[in-house]
Design a protein around this ligand. Sequence first.
Ligand SMILES: Cc1cc2nc3c(=O)[nH]c(=O)nc-3n(C[C@H](O)[C@H](O)[C@H](O)COP(=O)(O)OP(=O)(O)OC[C@H]3O[C@@H](n4cnc5c(N)ncnc54)[C@H](O)[C@@H]3O)c2cc1C
Length: 303
Amino acid sequence: MINPITGRKYVKTWQADTLWPFLEKHYAWLEKGLSEPIIHAHPLFKVLPDIDSLNTWQMRLGNPAYHKYLQDKQPSSLQGINLVQPYGGFYIDKAYRVDGPALLDASVRRWVNKGCYHKEVFDVSNLTLDKDSIRYRSLRAKHIIFCQGHAISSNPFFRDIPVRANKGEALIIESKSLPRDIIIGHQVNIVPLGNDRYWVGSTYAWEDETIDPTATGKEGLLDRLARSFQGEYRVLDHLAGLRPASKDRRPIIGWSPKSSQVACLAGMGTKGYSLSPYFADMLLDAVINQKDILPEVNLMRFA
Ligand SMILES: Cc1cc2nc3c(=O)[nH]c(=O)nc-3n(C[C@H](O)[C@H](O)[C@H](O)COP(=O)(O)OP(=O)(O)OC[C@H]3O[C@@H](n4cnc5c(N)ncnc54)[C@H](O)[C@@H]3O)c2cc1C
């Protein structure tokens, strides 16, 4: 899910005005190149949990910097749905669902056809750095960019960068009583996937670095779902993953302190789908055209 207005204070997500035009163009370009629907625009109905939230939202409405993301002037309710919404809610514009599996599958198919994709566990100990190039088994290149998620912290080139795994769990449910085109932001986010299926998430945990779904995670999600939606549904699936969270919640891109041939794109945290198009492009521009990297995301801030 991509959402420009986040948190309890309904603030614009960091760099939203820069990231949004870029990601909208980027995903449209990917869809065209991959001939696959990837990004789906959905209004996000944010339920107001109490009077304080109503006041916070009204304060945001008075700020012109929020106008392109907030359209309503009064709170509204979602009709015909058994949603817990005593104070109503408001719509956020420019929210999207990115179909991650479709994006990955179509990208891999394309790279395989072009002969530039090979699936294996990359073993850094087989990487050799020469003066002007790098070698990995039979491959030669000028540079290498590691995109390893939380595993970047065990890469010897990036061992000191502060990225930790943050475990997240989600449910896939089926229901005929939820809106087909609207994302609901409540105690949980309920995101339509099509065919009466919905993604319900998510949890945040630091102590567990396994990718197994847990009974506690499921219970927590079901409890929060029950406090949001009281219609009928059934659980189809339960998923878990590890987010690559950086210490200061900003992406980490740039060169290894050990080599200017080795770079990384890391620390996308909870917002990989909105951050990565823009910052991957910034990193490529640095690698290919020696352009500057924004100091706030430059790996050198931890050097
Ligand atoms: C429950 C949950 C909900 C989320 N919800 C959202 C959301 O609503 N919106 C959003 O934008 N983001 C969301 N995220 C976060 C988002 O998924 C991350 O920001 C994103 O996955 C980071 O992408 P990445 O490619 O940097 O890392 P990853 O997705 O972790 O990918 C890294 C990949 O590198 C591979 N790898 C690592 N080491 C090696 C090696 N040595 N050899 C070969 N392969 C290797 C790993 O296997 C993995 O496939 C969510 C995450 C979770 C878990």
